[in-house]
Design a protein around this ligand. Structure first.
Ligand code: ADP
Length: 191
């Protein structure tokens, strides 16, 4: 892989953004930046950021945009992100995508692709059930899941059009195994 690779991985809760982003990040040698993971780590470590965001996360609501964007831009500015990055869980609404565009132009960078992972409702429901059994996340309860899915439909889905109009969107079928989906993602990015 030559040059820098700046990617966004989008898709609904449970489609496999985390697993796929991890796999792809390993192959490209770039960091997988998951906003949800960074928040959960800060909550576990009881940092100031963790205290600020925990009530939103518990309820499945979005953390305020200024807090989230500041955290993401700080992470994108770290040395290991010079080779590129995979953003998972950001941007999640129009204000965040605009903030990211500003950050990119200010830093003379651009997005290479926005990958939209797609799977049917049954597959997604099964994957969420599996995650509930295996990870025990405090926000994987019915109320918080319903809230996150509603926010996805209302605020995140419109970004599909936004990136499609920029010619950056790549739709990838996420029904198969992790390596199969990774191969499809690579093809979509590199073609
Ligand atoms: P999921 O995709 O299953 O909802 P994530 O790990 O991506 O899980 O996010 C968990 C929670 O972290 C979200 O419900 C939200 O509270 C917070 N969060 C993550 N990313 C963002 C974001 N870009 N903007 C605001 N809040 C976010």
């Amino acid at each position: 892989m030559k040059g820098k690779m700046n990617l966004i991985v989008m898709g609904p809760q449970g489609v496999g953004k985390g697993a796929q982003s991890d796999d792809l990040a390993g192959i490209y040698g770039i960091p997988h930046i998951s906003t949800g993971e960074i928040f959960r780590k800060n909550i576990a470590e009881k940092t100031e950021l963790g205290k600020k965001v925990s009530s939103y996360i518990e309820k499945g609501e979005l953390v305020p945009d200024e807090v989230t964007s500041a955290m993401v831009f700080d992470r994108l500015s770290q040395p290991d992100a010079r080779k590129g990055w995979i953003l998972d869980g950001y941007p999640r609404n129009a204000r965040q995508s605009e903030a990211l565009d500003e950050w990119l132009s200010k830093h003379g960078e651009r997005l290479d692709a926005v990958i939209l992972l797609e799977a049917d409702a049954d597959t997604i429901a099964r994957r969420i059930q599996k995650r509930i059994r295996e990870e025990g996340r405090s926000d994987d309860n019915p109320d918080a899941i319903a809230e996150r899915l509603a926010i996805y439909a209302r605020e995140t889905k419109p970004l599909i059009d936004y990136y499609s109009q920029k010619g950056l969107l790549r739709r990838v079928n996420a029904e198969g195994s992790v390596p199969k989906v990774t191969a499809a993602m690579r093809e979509a990015i590199e073609k």
